[in-house]
Design a protein around this ligand. Structure first.
Ligand code: GLN
Length: 193
């Protein structure tokens, strides 16, 4: 709930859960204690504006961002889906600690808002195509040895996985396909069994 497209993710998660036929409980995280109170099985890092998210998430009234980074680092089986600005924060946490996705990423790398676009992607994670919505998107410039390329737009890498964390440079919540949210919930089920 730092900022950005979070309500659309909530709707997408609920739809994914009903596709899978199980109930989920969604916790809206605004401050660090929300995370400890919720002890979630999975986490979504929405898109939005990473600069704003860094400011709001590091503010002394919230401290949510460092709490989330700790939560992710404390157990690398924890399923995380980071989209667009969320992918930037996972790949470049800028907190002096290790990156949560082993790659390098450039902000706003396709240009300005008018350079936003849609494209049909190929995902090895899903084993299918996926409709990609790119809004002032970042771009992966390299992928490290602990980064697995899981989504491509032609030759370009647009999704990277490290452990059970997936960073996407597009907005899966803004298309009708719930496959990435289904992946997150299924992974959470497997990990917590
Ligand atoms: N341009 C944004 C940033 O740098 C990301 C855009 C998005 O999340 N749609 O944070």
């Amino acid at each position: 709930m730092l900022q950005g497209a979070r309500h659309v993710h909530i709707a997408a998660l609920n739809e994914a859960a009903s596709e899978l036929g199980f109930d989920i409980e969604i916790h809206e995280l605004r401050k660090s204690s929300d995370l400890s109170d919720a002890s979630p099985h999975a986490l979504v890092f929405p898109g939005g504006e990473s600069t704003t998210m860094r400011l709001t998430g590091n503010d002394s009234t919230s401290k949510l961002l460092p709490a989330i980074f700790d939560w992710i680092r404390n157990d690398d089986t924890r399923p995380v889906l980071g989209t667009c600005a969320g992918a930037i924060l996972l790949t470049n946490p800028k907190d002096g600690g290790e990156a949560l996705i082993d790659a390098q990423i450039d902000r706003n790398a396709y240009g300005r808002q008018v350079d936003s676009f849609q494209s049909t992607l190929e995902s090895s994670l899903l084993g299918s195509q996926f409709p990609g919505v790119f809004i002032r998107a970042p771009r992966f410039t390299s992928v490290g040895e602990n980064g697995q390329v899981v989504v491509k737009n032609g030759d370009e890498v647009v999704g990277v996985r490290t452990s059970n964390r997936v960073a996407l440079t597009f907005h899966p919540e803004l298309s009708q396909d719930r496959s990435f949210h289904v992946w997150l919930l299924k992974t959470a089920m497997e990990v917590s069994e």
